[in-house]
Design a protein around this ligand. Structure first.
Ligand code: ACO
Length: 326
C-alpha cells in the first residue's frame, strides 16, 4: 500500500504596510469615536497601503518570508494560489504577477476570490494538490488592499478594514499536516455584503469610481457569521472525531472581536487559546488568517505538533475551516 501524503505547513510569513491609522485618525474623518469602534469591533488601529503600494507588493514580501522560513528556493514551488478580492488588475491574476516577481518558474498560478475566506479556500485547494501527489510544495497567500475600495465618508464600513498579506508554504509529508478542510458558500445573501461594481455589469464612465466601495448591512452579516461559524467548527470537529478540548489554538478570521468571542465560547475555549490580531490589523479580509497564523508562530505561541483550527467568514457569503497539526 502506498504511503499516505499529507500537506504540512513548512513556513509562514507576513507583511503589513508601514502606515498606521488609529481610531483617533478616523474620528477626524467621520462621526465616530475610539470608544464606539473598540466596543463594537475590538479594533484599535489598522494598516493602510501607501499610494504606490499594491496587493502584489505586500504578497511578495510575505511570500519571501514564508519561503525563507520553509528553507525553500523559489524553484521548489510547484503551485501558487493567492486568495484575494483586491487584485492589482482584472487580469493577469495577482498570482501570475507574484509568480514572476518571485521567480517561481512556470508553475501553475491562480487567484481565488472568496472574500474573507480566500486564504482558507486557497489552503484547501493546495491541500488537495499535495494529497493527490500532484504538487510537493505549494505557496498559499492571502493578500488584500481593502482600503483601496472604502468610502472614507461611510462610518459603517471605513472603520472596519485594513491592509496586509500573509503566506504559508505547504509541503508534502508522511505525517499530518492538514487533517481536513471544509468549504461552504451561499450566494442568496449577496446583498448584505458587496462591492457593487463589476466588469460585465459595466462601469459608469461619468462616475469612474462610483460604486467601488464596500457596502454592508453589518448587523445582519454579524448574525449569519456567528451562526455559520458555530456550525462549521462543529462540522470540522465531528469530521475528525475529535473533542473540542483537544484543540490547542483557534485562529479565526479577524473581523470583529465579538464574533471571535462567540466562536471561542461555542468551542469552550479560553480567550488565551485564541489568536487575536483584529485590534492591530482591523479586518484584512483574505490576509487576516495567515497574518494571525504567522504572528502566532513567530511569537512562539504556536508550536510544532499543536492542533489548530482555522476558520473564516466573508462576502458571498463564504465560510471555511481547516483543522491542522502544525
Ligand atoms: N461610529 C459610531 N456609530 C456607528 C458607526 C461608527 N463607526 N457605525 C455605525 N454606527 C451606529 C449606527 O448608525 C447605529 O446607530 P442607530 O442605532 O442610531 O441607528 C448604531 O451605531 C448601531 O449600528 P449597528 O450596525 O447595529 O452596530 P453593530 O453592533 O451591529 O456593529 C458592526 C456594527 C461592527 C459592523 C458589526 O455588525 C459587525 O462586525 N458585523 C459583521 C462584520 C463581518 O463579519 N463582516 C464579514 C467579513 S467582511 C468581508 O467579507 C469583506
Amino acid at each position: 500500500m502506498s504511503e499516505r501524503i499529507y500537506a504540512r505547513i513548512s513556513g509562514t510569513g507576513h507583511c503589513l504596510p508601514e502606515r498606521v491609522m488609529t481610531n483617533l485618525d478616523l474620528e477626524k474623518l467621520v462621526d465616530t469615536s475610539d470608544q464606539w469602534i473598540q466596543e463594537r469591533t475590538g479594533i484599535k488601529e489598522r494598516r493602510v497601503v501607501a499610494d504606490d503600494q499594491t496587493t502584489c507588493d505586500l504578497a511578495e514580501v510575505a511570500s519571501k518570508r514564508a519561503l525563507e522560513a520553509a528553507g525553500l528556493a523559489p524553484s521548489d514551488i510547484d503551485l501558487l494560489v493567492v486568495g484575494t478580492t483586491t487584485p492589482d488588475l482584472v487580469f493577469p491574476s495577482t498570482a501570475c504577477l507574484l509568480q514572476h516577481r518571485l521567480g517561481l518558474g512556470e508553475c501553475g498560478a491562480f487567484d481565488v476570490n472568496a472574500a474573507c475566506s480566500g486564504f482558507v479556500y486557497a489552503l484547501s485547494v493546495a491541500d488537495q494538490f499535495i494529497r493527490s501527489g500532484q504538487a510537493k510544495h505549494v505557496l498559499v497567500v492571502g493578500a488584500e488592499t481593502l482600503t483601496r475600495m472604502l468610502d472614507w465618508g461611510d462610518r459603517q464600513t471605513c472603520v472596519l478594514f485594513g491592509d496586509g498579506a500573509g503566506a504559508a508554504v505547504l509541503s508534502a509529508d508522511s505525517a499530518p499536516g492538514i487533517l481536513s478542510t471544509h468549504l461552504h458558500a451561499n450566494g442568496a445573501h449577496a446583498d448584505l455584503l458587496k462591492v457593487d461594481v463589476g466588469v460585465s455589469r459595466g462601469f459608469k464612465p461619468d462616475e469612474p469610481r462610483a460604486g467601488i466601495s464596500v457596502s454592508m448591512r453589518g448587523n445582519e452579516v454579524f448574525k449569519v457569521a456567528v451562526n455559520t461559524l458555530g456550525r462549521i467548527v462543529e462540522e470540522t470537529l465531528e469530521a475528525n472525531g475529535i473533542d473540542r478540548s483537544e484543540l490547542d489554538w483557534l485562529i479565526p478570521h479577524q473581523a470583529n472581536l465579538r464574533i471571535i468571542k462567540a466562536t471561542a465560547k461555542k468551542l469552550d475555549m479560553s480567550m488565551d487559546q485564541v489568536i487575536v490580531t483584529v485590534d492591530k490589523h482591523g479586518n484584512t479580509s483574505a490576509a487576516s488568517v495567515p497574518l494571525a497564523l504567522d504572528e502566532a508562530i513567530r511569537s512562539g505561541r504556536v508550536e510544532r505538533g499543536q492542533l489548530i483550527l482555522l476558520e473564516a467568514f466573508g462576502g458571498g457569503f463564504t465560510w471555511a475551516s481547516a483543522l491542522l497539526r502544525y
